[in-house]
Design a protein around this ligand. Structure first.
Ligand SMILES: [Fe+2]
Length: 181
């Protein structure tokens, strides 16, 4: 029996879990939206608001491997375009406002790589954004401190450091590209 909204959401995600599909994404999205409705009087959420950790692991599933993180971001914080390797993620905004841009990767015939920005959206409290494997996005905290929950289908630190599947883009001559800055 769940003691709070955090445990309730995790239990529901576990029961709906499966290989990546529209149904699994829709279910997880719904459970993350429900998590955003948690009362800020719940102890775990009150603690996050009070302490404002930049990086806090709320849950890691031993069977399925998904990880739920919380990040507190200060106004103006910018995270450059990146993908999530083989993983998919859900960003859920609990407070503050974060602008999220999405990009397409263009591999030019000469072998060079550049990103083209598709557009951006301002994500507000109660709202979520889903990024599937291969999606490229950036984030900018417009109003802080922002608290965002980041549900990741797998451990992205492992995906980055061990599998080296996460691509981070760098700005060169006014365009986003790969490789050393
Ligand atoms: Fe991301």
């Amino acid at each position: 029996m769940a003691r709070n909204a955090l445990e309730a959401s995790i239990e529901k995600i576990k029961s709906d879990w499966g290989p990546l599909s529209s149904e699994v994404v829709a279910a997880c999205r719904r459970h993350m939206e429900n998590l955003l409705e948690a009362s800020s009087t719940e102890e775990w959420l009150a603690t996050l608001h009070r302490q404002g950790p930049t990086d806090s692991e709320l849950y890691r599933d031993p069977a399925h491997g998904f990880v739920l993180l919380a990040h507190t971001e200060s106004e103006g914080l910018y995270r450059p375009p990146h993908d999530h390797g083989r993983g998919w993620v859900i960003y859920a905004i609990q407070r503050g406002e974060i602008e999220m841009g999405t990009y397409g990767r263009i591999d030019d015939p000469d072998g060079s790589v550049r990103l083209v920005k598709r557009g951006s959206t301002v994500v507000r409290p109660g709202e979520v954004q889903v990024y599937l494997p291969g999606d490229i996005h950036d984030t900018r905290c417009l109003r802080g401190p922002a608290l965002l929950f980041r549900f990741t289908e797998r451990d992205l630190k492992k995906e980055d450091r061990e599998a080296q599947r996460v691509t981070r883009y760098v700005e060169r001559n006014g365009a986003w590209t790969v490789g050393p800055a």
